[in-house]
Design a protein around this ligand. Sequence first.
Ligand SMILES: [Zn+2]
Length: 217
Amino acid sequence: MRCLFCKADSSTSRSVEHIVPESLGNVEHVLPVGAVCDACNQYFARKVERQLLESPMFRLLRADMAVPNKRGRFPAWQPADGMERPNYRQMGRFLAKVGLEVLAFKTLSVQGWNDELVNLAALDELRRFARYNEGPDWPFTVRTLHAVNAIFEEGDQSFELLHEFDILFTRSSEAYLVISIFGVEFVINLGGRENDGFRRWLEENNWASPLYAPRAA
Ligand SMILES: [Zn+2]
């Protein structure tokens, strides 16, 4: 097994990578040991995810939704803290990291998935931006899909949604990560720093979210 980000041999690594941090309520979406090596796992936790989780906006959302961190503590938020969004570049790097991991998550059942993704040159720019902070900012789109505490119903179950994600493949063979965190949709192109293809997809699909739009096979 090799690491999806630094491509080093990760067969002695021990950490399980959470695609979305546990502090955002994720317990089920993880990658197998070695998909992300220990060094990269720790790097992302300290240098990318921490800044997001500590931003006023994310603290407010976590406090509202009563999502504890992995030590079981709830974030503190006071009105004086404001609602400032996380830094744009940091948010982009987080989305780049999540995008590559969601791609891996969706191909885990395919034989040879690790080699294939590690060797895919089309993803190298994304890897280097996420892991080594290289190159200019990576654009992404943001819009609100539903209220943070909206209640969804399915059969006789009702539930709140903390996060959902999918990969959108457009007609021009681009792959986009689409993720909703607390009802806010973020979309990032995994293959390059432009999202014209997503804009065209939106126009053709009446501005639906790819998370909920019926999909052609
Ligand atoms: Zn690594």
